[in-house]
Structure formats: C-alpha cells, structure tokens
Design a protein around this ligand. Structure first.
Ligand SMILES: Cc1cc2nc3c(=O)[nH]c(=O)nc-3n(C[C@H](O)[C@H](O)[C@H](O)COP(=O)(O)OP(=O)(O)OC[C@H]3O[C@@H](n4cnc5c(N)ncnc54)[C@H](O)[C@@H]3O)c2cc1C
Length: 428
C-alpha cells in the first residue's frame, strides 16, 4: 500500500459494532447484585479504605488473623481500576532489575524480590479463584530500531526472557509493526472483574465486612487509634489501611499530594474468528514507548487494546479513535472488526515511577501502581494486613522515600507539555 493510502485508511473512523457502548467489558461480564446499604459499625480493629485488589487482600489477611475489619468503598463494589484494567499479571517495575539497583542500590534488589513474591501470591490466588488465569507470557515489542539493542541486553540479563527478531515477531503475532521483541515467560493474563469478585468473596468468607457506596471523608487520630468519618457514620479503629491507589481524594490529603491520577483507555472488539485469534496468540503484549500500548486477546476471544496518546484526559470517543487506528496499524487483519466496548480508568503515577508504602499520621497506605498493580497492589495489601496485625515487618517498599509531586495542585496545566515531551521521545 502506498503511504497516502495507508494514511487515508488510518484516518478512517473506527468501525463500531451495533452493540457498541462506552462501558467496561469486564464489568458487564460480571454483573453484581446491588448490596444493601448499611451504616458502618461503631468500631472495629481495622478500617480499610478502598475495596480494590489492595483493600480486599488486606481485609482477607486481617480477618484470617482473627481481627475485625470493615472495607469501605465510595463507589459500588467492582467499580474501580481493579475491575477495569488489562488483566496482565506482570512481575515488573518501570526500571529493569539492573537499572533499579544502579539507581537506588541494594534496596532495588529487595524490591524486585518482593515483586516476585507478589507474582507468586497472585498466581496462588488464581488457583483458588475462577478468573480465567493463564500463564501465557508477554511480548515486549520494540516500536523502533532504537530499542532493539536494549531488548537484546535485557534478554541477556534475565532468565526466561527470549529475544525475537522482526521476522520472528511477524511469525508469532502476524504483525510487521515491530523491529524486535523479547518474550517474558513469567507473565499471565486474567479476567480482572472475575478476579476482583473472587477476592471480595474470599475477604467476606474470612469474616471481613464490606460497605460499598460509603466514602471515608476524614481520618482522625483518636486516643491510641483512629476515628474514620464516613458518609454513613463514624467508625473507630485500632488501625487504618488506605488502599485508594489512583482514586485517592481529600479523605487523606497528604496522600493526594504524592500521587497523580492519569487516564488509561481500552477498547475491546467483537469476538474474533478462531483463525484471527490463532494468528495473534494468547500472550500479553506491550510496546517500548513511554506512552505505551498494551493489548491482548480476552478469554472470550476479543482484542482488548489499551493505552493513551497524551497525559491530560480526553473523552472516550477521542481515545477510541486513536486506539482503533493503532490497533489496525499493528494488526491490519483486524480492520473491519467492530469495536464493542470503550472505557477508561485511572492509573497512579508517582514522581519516581515506583509504588510506595508508608504511613500518614499513623495510617498505613500502599499506592502508586504506575500502571502495573494487578499483582503488586494486591500483595502489598496482603502485606499491610500482616503489618497491622503484628504478623510481619513492613515490606521493603516502605523504605523508599515518597516525595510529593511538585506543583500538584496545578498539574492540569503542565500535563499536556509533559505528555508532548514523552511523545517526542517515542519518535526515536
Ligand atoms: C485501564 C487500566 C488498565 C490497567 N491495566 C493493567 C494491567 O494490565 N496490569 C496491571 O498490573 N495493572 C494494570 N492497571 C493497574 C491496576 O488496575 C491497578 O494498579 C490496581 O487495580 C490497583 O488496585 P487497588 O486496589 O490499589 O486500587 P483500585 O482498584 O483503584 O481501588 C481503589 C478504590 O478506592 C476507592 N476509594 C477512593 N477513595 C475512597 C474514599 N475516600 N472512601 C472509600 N473508598 C475510596 C475507589 O472507589 C476504588 O474502588 C490498569 C489500570 C487501568 C485503569
């Protein structure tokens, strides 16, 4: 195809399925009964704020230790990032193990050891929860020649990581859009909302109480413990765990200064034919850009394609068009397949692009997934459950200094410029 024709085709509006809706595929596939709304108990041993993977893991661990615990969520259960993500279970941080050790010293190796423990914890949970988990591996794809040397080096440093040339990539996923790739054996994919639903049931079975549509509005020190004011009364607690990740709000203002919520968008197509699925394969896929794309086949055979092209928010139709253009650029065989779902959610960015654990006025928190929290945020919740019940010392992530984001209150004015800078770097 000549360049003009390629450009014309890429500028075509996305094909939409007759059933197209701006909704999250996973959430629609796991309908939940609306829970009755009750006031919060007068007092418990532990209050957990946020009922995603982190909060539910924390609650299950606290309850299993015999302590009383209530988990609050300001939205209906299953609304947050934990039910709207890409479902990729990845033992990674933004820097490679070697780069992290170079940057922060031996603590970097400890953090990676915990990332591995998180992956094992998550896989163990997927054996108890019916969530379509499969250890399918992941392709990390070089979007330009510039990144090939880096990928070659990575495959030399790590076990279970294999380098693939351009022609091997083409053979593997039927795409000529990448200069090379590495294949990580130790990555899996799950159905995010099924997994979340299973974690909620597991926490309740262990004895935790869940109160959704109940926002924490303030956390105060009270005697040796806390009082948490909510939209449904006030609850006393010996300990508090804040598990709000990118959805933090004024309930804990100090935390809100340290995390930046950034939208990530996903489209999901109609189910593909068996032949189309076989060409693309079951592995998870991510490219090497700053403003990266991530994509995979869903358990029911659709293409789910996610990413963003800027850091400041756009509306869903705008994101959908951009994602569709890039999906068919990478997999031209999908041209003409209708988009059936498009949605968004927040990921939590931090200044050093690392997750953080710490305390604010004595309340523990875990936050800052930086886009990869399916495995790690759940495990950090479990670890905080151990910490507040005196079963274990805090994880090594608590040793990282957690700095506030500069000029946090005016981020909306400088985000477009940072986004443009990232996009410029991605042209390399
Ligand atoms: C589109 C998208 C794609 C992603 N893809 C991947 C992926 O493929 N792999 C991966 O590893 N990670 C991915 N992530 C990141 C991952 O989803 C998150 O890291 C993870 O779900 C965070 O879990 P959590 O429990 O910490 O937070 P959440 O699931 O976001 O839960 C936080 C909860 O806190 C609640 N809350 C906030 N404030 C209050 C308050 N004051 N009172 C009560 N409740 C409150 C919110 O309502 C929310 O439900 C993706 C994220 C998005 C948005």
């Amino acid at each position: 195809m000549n360049e003009g024709l390629v450009k014309y085709c890429l500028d075509m509006p996305a094909v939409l399925s007759p059933a197209y809706r701006e909704a999250c595929l996973w959430q629609e596939q796991v309908p939940r009964e609306r829970r009755s709304v009750e006031d919060v108990p007068d007092s418990v041993d532990v209050v957990v704020i946020g009922a995603g993977y982190c909060g539910l893991n924390a609650a299950a661990t606290v309850a299993a230790a015999g302590a009383s615990v209530v988990v609050l969520d300001k939205e209906p259960l299953g609304w947050g990032a934990s039910s709207r993500n890409g479902g990729m279970v990845i033992p990674e941080l933004k820097s490679s193990p070697a780069a992290l050790v170079k940057k922060i010293g031996p603590l970097g190796a400890q953090l990676y050891a915990e990332v591995e423990q998180a992956f094992e914890h998550t896989e163990a949970l997927t054996r108890q929860i019916d969530c379509d988990y499969e250890r399918s591996g992941q392709l990390y794809l070089a979007h330009s020649k510039h990144h090939t040397a880096e990928l070659q080096e990575l495959s030399g440093q790590l076990q279970g990581v294999h380098f693939l040339s351009r022609s091997q990539v083409r053979e593997r996923i039927g795409s000529d859009a990448f200069d090379s790739a590495v294949f990580f054996e130790k990555v899996g994919g799950l159905h995010p909302a099924k997994y979340h639903d299973g974690l909620a049931k597991r926490a309740e079975n262990a004895g935790a109480q869940i109160r959704d549509r109940t926002a924490a509005v303030a956390v105060h020190r009270h005697g040796a413990g806390f009082r948490v004011d909510t939209t449904r009364g006030s609850v006393g607690a010996g300990q508090v765990i804040v598990a709000t990740n990118a959805y933090m709000d004024a309930a804990v203002p100090e935390l809100a200064r340290r995390v930046l919520p950034i939208n990530s968008y996903i489209i999901a197509t109609q189910p593909l034919s068996q032949e189309q699925q076989a060409i693309i394969g079951k592995q998870m896929m991510v490219d090497t850009k700053n403003l990266l794309f991530y994509w995979r086949l869903t358990p029911d055979g659709r293409m789910a394609f996610g990413g963003r092209n800027r850091l400041d928010p756009v509306d869903i139709p705008t994101a959908r068009e951009f994602l569709y253009d890039n999906m068919v650029r990478i997999h031209p065989q999908l041209r003409g397949i209708g988009v059936e779902y498009a949605w968004t959610g927040y990921v939590a960015m931090t200044l050093d692009r690392l997750p953080h654990v710490g305390t604010v006025d004595g309340a523990w928190y875990a936050t800052g997934c930086n886009g990869t929290g399916v495995s790690l945020n759940g495990w950090l919740g479990h670890r905080l459950g151990q910490v507040v019940t005196g079963q274990a010392a805090p994880p090594a992530f608590a040793e990282l200094p957690h700095k506030p984001i500069p000029l946090r209150t005016i981020t909306s004015s400088y985000l477009p410029f940072v986004g443009r800078y990232f996009a410029l770097q991605d042209r390399r």
